[in-house]
Design a protein around this ligand. Sequence first.
Ligand code: CAP
Ligand code: MG
Ligand code: MG
Length: 476
Amino acid sequence: MQKDYLFLGDQSVFNDNYVLAAFKLVPADGRALDDVATEIAAESSTGSNVKIRSATQYSTSVNARIYDINEQTGIVKIAYPWIIFDQGGNIQNIMTFLAGNIFGTSDIKGCKLLDVYFPTTMLSQYDGPSYTIDDMRAYLNLWDTPILGTIIKPKIGLNATEYAELCYDFWAGGGHFVKNDEPQADQFFCPYEKMVDSIRLAMDKAEQETGHTKVHSFNVSAADFDTMIRRADYIVEKMKPGSYAFLVDGITAGWTAVQTIRRHYPNVFLHFHRAGHGAFTREENPIGYSVEFLTKMARLAGASGIHTGTAGVGKMSGDVSTDVTSAYLALKTKAEGPYFTQYWSHIPPNDSDLVSIVEEEEKLWNESFEKRHWDKNPSQANDWRIIKRTCPIVSGGLNPVLVPEFLDKIKTIDYITTMGGGIHAHPMGTRAGAKAMLQAYDAWKNRQSLEEYAKNFEELAVAIEFYNEHGTQAQK
Ligand code: CAP
Ligand code: MG
Ligand code: MG
């Protein structure tokens, strides 16, 4: 037991100098919860597994502080002086403290970081998002549906021309947004620069035919930052400003890769793909962190969008509450996490202006869903006091048939959705898949059932028949 980290009932942790973290701890056999909690607090802040003699008065003053232990639930709340973190807004360093060695210590059988609270003073040290869904909506001139996208499938293996052809088919069918799949990079059968060049030609043709702007999200993850920057710069050179996003595989490429792209390209939508997150976030994992925690870290890092799951509607694990809470933590100025209410603002929560901004946002939030339309100048878009929002990217086993069910759960249109199989498995092909997707959202906008609406739209009718038989639900 390392008592130097035990501050049960300490109220000073709420004085805006501390990051607050909620862990669910399961002690190793025969160990007491409070004993193990002090080991976790020591290892995730200043100490080791034995009381060190070299601690100074100052180092002791920045010890993590356990301020609450719930013996019934195993929930332990620990406060970290936020000045212990690397200066200059470094997310990687926070992760090393809070989600580092403690996952490996033998003191625990379970250590799940469920939620985190960032104090107001700390937020100004971190980047937060720069280019957001509001900027993308303006570029696409799209205000009355989510941004409707696809992932090119097969996941990998097409040459640049075949890849671009599917982009054209989807965009010509009315789709707005295409993304590389998470492993797409510079493979010998699809050289990176040839892929970019082909996509530009396909985009130009689709824009000319449809009269609408289009967006492509390019995976810029790579072996090193120089290569990432080289790929990103080629895209900047070849594509129109606003017509591209940069996708980073945030878990496998890492937080420093995410922040490098955020800082080099503040005027580009930063797409955080979370492939690999399941190893940390799945409900069955007793060791790791929650989707809510990951989503908060991504917004702090400045992701313009992060995948937040399909609220149990698609193919990935992840329950409604987790995915909806995460989407709201990404989007809202005041958002309820599992254990903490987070204010994404540089002014204190009790500031009367912030109170009215939050009230106004809540009103706009409810209206935009009911009206099926988002206002063109969301309250927080250019407010110096507010950390811009990160938009949910909703993907994973979705198809046109699942649109109403998901909308009923998420209750906002402010997200990007990407359907892979939900477009490219359509019996009439990719272009029809895109049309079916748009028709499904049109049905929702017109408050009609899909079946009713499909009476006049063959692509949706075929999608309903096909995906009811082959879609995600049937595969479960
Ligand atoms: C979806 C997807 C996405 C996952 C990521 C895939 O394809 O492209 O990477 O959705 O999961 O490779 O599976 P489908 P999450 O639409 O064909 O399923 O969004 O949960 O991070
Ligand atoms: Mg074609
Ligand atoms: Mg994918």
